[in-house]
Ligand binder design. Structure first.
Ligand SMILES: Nc1ncnc2c1ncn2[C@@H]1O[C@H](COP(=O)(O)OP(=O)(O)OP(=O)(O)O)[C@@H](O)[C@H]1O
Length: 213
């Protein structure tokens, strides 16, 4: 499944442009300096911010088309979004965070079971914990698990290593590589770190302001 994105969007007084094809398997990195608009582009793809113009489609399904007035709500886009600040539900235990979207899916839409996700991410010992008691790496794995259990067509990871120490970064990088290689899910990966891009062998898409804006 290829995700095709060609949009412009307004943020405050700036216009941001993004054009990319996210490959069916592998990692596509949205790269650019702080404030370039990378998170805004993920938000637009996920359906949280409405672009000014353009189209977003995945495998023939149009998620957004300004000219045709198509703007699918987030839950129909099936974007597994892992926010930079994770946004785990603080009052729900890990188990209930993981199952939040999964419980709302039709059984036919589910392609991963909770047991598979828990095993894949090594979350078995954390299920009764509240998010406030988790380490940064554990919380990141729970957020990735919650996204995977929402039966996504693709995963969007916003600077997933930014709040982690060196050892935890390596752990999460290995998780992301296994999602790429074993689950073979398209991954859109926001970073401003060239080392992450070369380690993940990602295709790079530059995000920046529209010339003249
Ligand atoms: N809700 C908003 N209203 C107005 N301007 C915004 C809003 N959100 C973001 N911006 C502005 O839009 C621009 C792009 O922000 P965005 O967070 O998308 O950049 P980024 O490339 O992800 O940055 P970072 O790497 O620092 O996370 C910035 O100038 C930011 O100040």
């Amino acid at each position: 499944m290829a995700l095709e994105v060609d949009v412009t969007l307004r943020r405050g007084d700036r216009m941001i442009a993004a054009r990319c094809t996210v490959a069916p398997a592998g990692i596509t990195a949205l790269f650019g300096p702080s404030g370039a608009g990378k998170t805004s582009v993920l938000d637009a793809i996920a359906g949280l911010v409405r672009p000014t113009t353009g189209q977003i489609a995945i495998d023939g399904t149009v998620l957004f088309d300004s000219a045709r007035g198509i703007d699918l709500p987030p839950e129909q886009r099936r974007c597994g979004y892992v926010f930079q600040d994770l946004r785990l539900f603080p009052h729900r235990r890990v188990r209930d965070n993981l199952l939040y979207a999964w419980r709302r899916l039709a059984p036919s839409e589910r392609w991963l079971s909770p047991d598979e996700a828990i095993g894949f991410l090594g979350l078995g010992g954390l299920l009764e914990r509240l998010p406030a008691t988790l380490s940064g790496g554990e919380a990141q794995r729970v957020a990735i698990g919650r996204a995977l259990l929402s039966a996504p067509r693709f995963l969007a990871l916003d600077e997933p290593l930014s709040s982690l120490d060196h050892a935890r970064r390596d752990e999460i990088l290995r998780v992301i590589e296994r999602i790429r290689d074993e689950l073979r899910l398209p991954i859109l990966y926001v970073t401003h770190d060239p080392a992450e891009i070369s380690r993940l062998a990602a295709t790079v898409v530059a995000v920046g302001p529209l010339p003249g804006s």
